[in-house]
Design a protein around this ligand. Structure first.
Ligand code: GLY
Length: 388
């Protein structure tokens, strides 16, 4: 009888451990995310320092001023966490961080207006009817189109490195068009929409290679519109396939199709998406190496920001094409990223969610780290998936 009792107790004990473990497994993914969101809630607003990335090794948050191209993502993350959780505290914080960006509406030294203003004020507009937010978007769009050159048919990207470039246009610039398309919807002034279309057409003509991958930078002669060179700034080399650049292209042309219904934009988005999905160097978990042609592969750093950007774009691409390959890729990325390998552990206080993005490999800057825009497109992917 005693032996039977001992046996019974051992089995009961084992069952208890198994059930605790399986509960903890399930619990840990949801809680890991909740825990990360709370890190943003506990981070004190500062109008002059926007959290951009985090070095785990140095335990140091890289903070940037509002003029940095990434400044709007942090507010965007708070708006999106508010949408996911329904917790109004996130909304209050999002409003504060959004307001800190406003002075950028006058900054005509950059093309990154869409990233800064649309990822903050634009997100805010999804959650409340706010005339002031609309006014900021219109003013910012007016500032952005002051960089448009009709001879080139593009908005100039950068002003730096004038010795090397005359009129550089980068594939990333496609993302800023979303704000221009919206500006026309808000103001009924078609100028913004027309310039966005011109820019998208010029980029379509000149940025893509025969295999449908894209160059990072195309530099033009601003006087006659001729192409001076097709090169890279953040990729491995001029001819290589910089992962995030492919993402800006896939996202940019899918979004441009949303506003124009121009079939050639959808065709380019699909062609670049297919190139990306069929590349022999795309890892099984769907999170790309920072550049598909880094000779260090399989030991090259990954870029989670490219994975989240592309998984978000592919949900929209699936909605337009009904091609499940795109949706399956997004599902795979979400599954991969919702793991301990990618979600930052709870002991890290910095206000970020995911690890393993790569910012600027040639400069050895932000390699394999949490970066704010990796989180932004992750949250967008979760929301887009939920809305299907
Ligand atoms: N837009 C700059 C980058 O992708 O790093």
């Amino acid at each position: 009888m005693k032996k039977f009792k001992n046996h019974f107790l051992t089995i009961l004990f084992l069952l208890l451990i198994i059930s605790c473990n399986s509960k903890e497994e399930k619990y840990s993914v949801e809680n890991a995310l909740k825990n990360r969101y709370e890190k943003l809630l506990n981070y004190t607003p500062d109008s002059l320092s926007f959290p951009r990335s985090y070095s785990i090794k140095k335990n140091e948050i890289k903070k940037v001023p509002s003029k940095d191209w990434t400044s709007g993502f942090y507010a965007g993350n708070l708006w999106q966490i508010y949408e996911i959780t329904g917790n109004k505290e996130y909304k209050e914080l999002a409003k504060k961080w959004t307001a800190f960006i406003e002075k950028e509406k006058y900054n005509d030294r950059t093309h990154d207006m869409g990233f800064k203003v649309f990822c903050s004020f634009g997100q805010g507009l999804k959650h409340e009817e706010n005339q002031h937010y609309k006014d900021v978007i219109i003013k910012s769009s007016q500032t952005l189109i002051s960089r448009y050159n009709d001879t080139v048919g593009s908005i100039r990207s950068w002003d730096f490195n004038k010795k090397r470039w005359d009129f550089p246009v980068i594939i990333d610039n496609m993302m800023n068009l979303e704000m221009l398309f919206e500006a026309t919807k808000i103001s009924k002034d078609s100028t913004f929409h027309k310039i966005a279309v011109k820019h998208a057409n010029t980029t379509l003509k000149n940025h893509f290679r025969p295999d449908n991958s894209c160059f990072h930078v195309v530099d033009y002669n601003p006087t006659n519109g001729n192409i001076r060179m097709k090169v890279t700034h953040q990729g491995y080399n001029d001819a290589s396939v910089w992962a995030r650049g492919q993402g800006w292209a896939i996202y940019g042309y899918t979004m441009a199709y949303r506003y124009t219904k121009d079939e050639k934009y959808l065709a380019q988005a699909e062609a670049t998406a297919n190139f990306y999905l069929n590349h022999k160097n795309l890892p099984k978990d769907g999170v790309p190496y920072w550049d598909f042609e880094d000779p260090a592969i399989p030991n090259a750093p990954r870029d989670v920001s490219a994975a989240t950007l592309i998984s978000s774009a592919m949900i929209e691409l699936y909605q337009f094409t009904k091609n499940e390959t795109y949706l399956n890729y997004s599902k795979k990325v979400i599954t991969s990223l919702k793991s301990k390998e990618y979600i930052l552990e709870p002991t890290i206080k910095a206000p970020f969610i995911l690890n393993h993005s790569t910012g600027n490999w040639p400069k050895k800057d932000e390699i394999d780290e949490p970066i704010v825009y990796g989180d932004y497109y992750f949250l967008e992917t979760l929301l887009r998936m939920k809305s299907l």
